[in-house]
Every structure is written in C-alpha cells, then in structure tokens.
Design a protein around this ligand. Structure first.
Ligand SMILES: [Zn+2]
Length: 308
C-alpha cells in the first residue's frame, strides 16, 4: 500500500516474535503477507486469542522512521487526491469530515467525563479532536509524533500539541481524567505497553476512549487494503480487545459501532480502490461529506479499574 521511489525499506530492521504479544501463547499460523520494496512482510494469527500481528515486526526505530519520513506523508497526500497535490491542502480538504467525526465521537462519550477535565488526545495529527474538546470546555491537549502535523495544528486551530512519542511522554501536572486515541488502533509498537502507559497517567476513575476495526468481522473483505499497511502492526477483533483492556487495567463500559463521516474519494483511497478514484476525482460528488455505518468499526469507552 505504501509505495515510493524513495528506498527506505533498505534501512528497516525487524524483530522476530516467539509468542503472541497479546496473550503470550506460542502457537500461530500465517495470516497474510505483502511485499514492500522487495521485502516480504508477514503477519501471523495467534491460535489462542486470534490476535493478528506482524512477525517479524518492524523495530521501534524503523517504525518511527516511517512516520518521520517524507515518503509516508507524501503517500498520505497521494491517497487523498489524484496523486500530485503538494503541501497541506489535502489535510484541509478532509477537515470538514474530520471535525464532524470528532463531534460525533464526543457526543457518544462526553457524559462519562465532567466539563473542565484534563484530557489528552494521543496521536492527535493536526489536533481536530483537541479543538473539539476545547470547544466543549475540556482542558485538552494532544501529543503527535510528526512535528509537521503538530505545527500545522497549532497554527491552524490554536490548540496545544506536543510533538512527542506518546510511549515516552509524561504529561505535566496532576493525573488525567481522560485519554483518547483515535485512528491508531493498529499502529503502536507494543499495544499492551502503550495502554498500560495510558493507565498510569490516569486518575483512579479515569477513562480511555479509542476506536478499532474488527479484523474478523464478516464485512472485512469489502474493506480491501484498508489497514493492511506496512505500519499496521496488528489487527484486533471484538473479542481480544477485552484481553488488551484487561491486561492494561481497564474495563470496557461501551463498545459501539461507529458511524463515519467521509467523502466518496476518501473511502475509495483508504480502501485502495484507486481506479474508480481516478474516474471520480474531479467531480463535485466525490467530495460531498456524508455519514455511513462502518459495520466493523467500533468506538470503545473503557474505565480504569486498577493500577498497573
Ligand atoms: Zn494470543
């Protein structure tokens, strides 16, 4: 899915895994594989908990180098339009549906958290959810690995974004009441460690909000190459998500199918259907924002139930 003339794969390092990173069991079978710049990259499925994970997986340094490379962000730009737009015009283009998505998400969960609460949005990109939180009266800020995205969001929305890796981030001040993680459900180097890290930042009655895509949902084949990327290190399902939460000291209080705001061109590009995208590219219809059921995408509100 990620392709470029820029041969970054030559510098990648991989870490072999002997057991499932979620449940620790050793039995696994091949799940899928993709080739990237001449490298064969494989994902396996745990026979005990059904977790699907890249193995050998990209080293943490290699993973971060992807996010920091121009290749990654250039591909993002390619995917959002006909392939040749430059600069941040494409992020601005998706702004309408990202903001509406943020407002929809906050409506589902805001009753869990009192106004004025300290709320950290993780992997916040340009900070559109942080902006939504601030407007709803929360004391909110974001962390984002990409300095470019953070800078753009700070300038565009006037919100506070720290350009940092969440895994090594310590928030200032007293414990947080809420942490949200949207659209990063396959992208952490070690999801159990990351969720435990989130637990340790939260107050005793704190909340973790995130979304994930059920890889074993019957509708999954219709999503094509969606989330089958080099940096999609693992795939969750509706069952093993509870194992992840339990290991990190959380309990799900709400698991709800997401409705997604999107444009036709965004859906076609995210699912790797570039040919119809080329046909539709210039038409006004392609950029109309509408709301669709995701069927296999879920929003989770999880309460912290113990310290880890
Ligand atoms: Zn497992």
């Amino acid at each position: 899915m990620i392709s470029s003339a820029d041969p970054i794969a030559a510098t990648f390092e991989f870490v072999p895994l002997q057991e499932c990173p979620l449940c620790g069991q050793p039995e696994r079978t091949p799940a899928y594989q993709r080739s990237y710049q001449g490298l064969e990259i494989r994902w396996e499925r745990c026979q005990a908990c059904r977790f699907v994970f890249q193995n050998p997986k990209l080293s943490r340094e290699s993973l971060n180098s992807i996010y920091r490379s121009s290749t990654y962000w250039n591909v993002q730009k390619m995917e959002t339009h006909n392939g040749l737009r430059l600069g941040y015009s494409d992020y601005a283009k998706g702004e309408t549906y990202r903001l509406r998505q943020s407002q929809w998400r906050l409506r589902q969960i805001r009753h869990f958290v009192a106004p004025g609460s300290r709320w950290l949005d993780v992997a916040c990109a340009t900070g559109f959810f942080v902006k939504t939180l601030v407007e709803a009266g929360m004391e909110a800020w974001g962390v984002e690995l990409s300095e470019q995205m953070a800078r753009y969001g700070i300038e565009r929305y006037g919100v506070n974004i720290e350009a940092r890796d969440f895994d090594s981030y310590t928030p200032p001040g007293p414990p947080l009441q809420a942490i949200s993680i949207w659209g990063a459900d396959s992208n952490f180097y070690d999801p159990v460690a990351t969720y435990r890290h989130a637990n340790r930042m939260l107050a005793a009655d704190g909340w973790l909000f995130f979304n994930f895509w059920d890889f074993d949902h019957p509708i999954r084949p219709l999503l094509g190459e969606f989330k089958i990327g080099l940096n999609g290190l693992y795939q969750l399902n509706r069952k093993n998500i509870h194992l992840l939460l339990e290991k990190a000291g959380f309990q799900a209080e709400l698991v709800k199918m997401e409705w997604s705001f999107a444009s036709l061109e965004a859906i076609l590009s995210l699912t790797g259907r570039f040919l119809p995208l080329q046909w539709l590219g210039g038409l006004p219809l392609a950029s109309v924002v509408f709301q669709v059921p995701t069927f296999s995408g879920f929003l989770v509100a999880a309460r912290k139930i113990r310290n880890v």
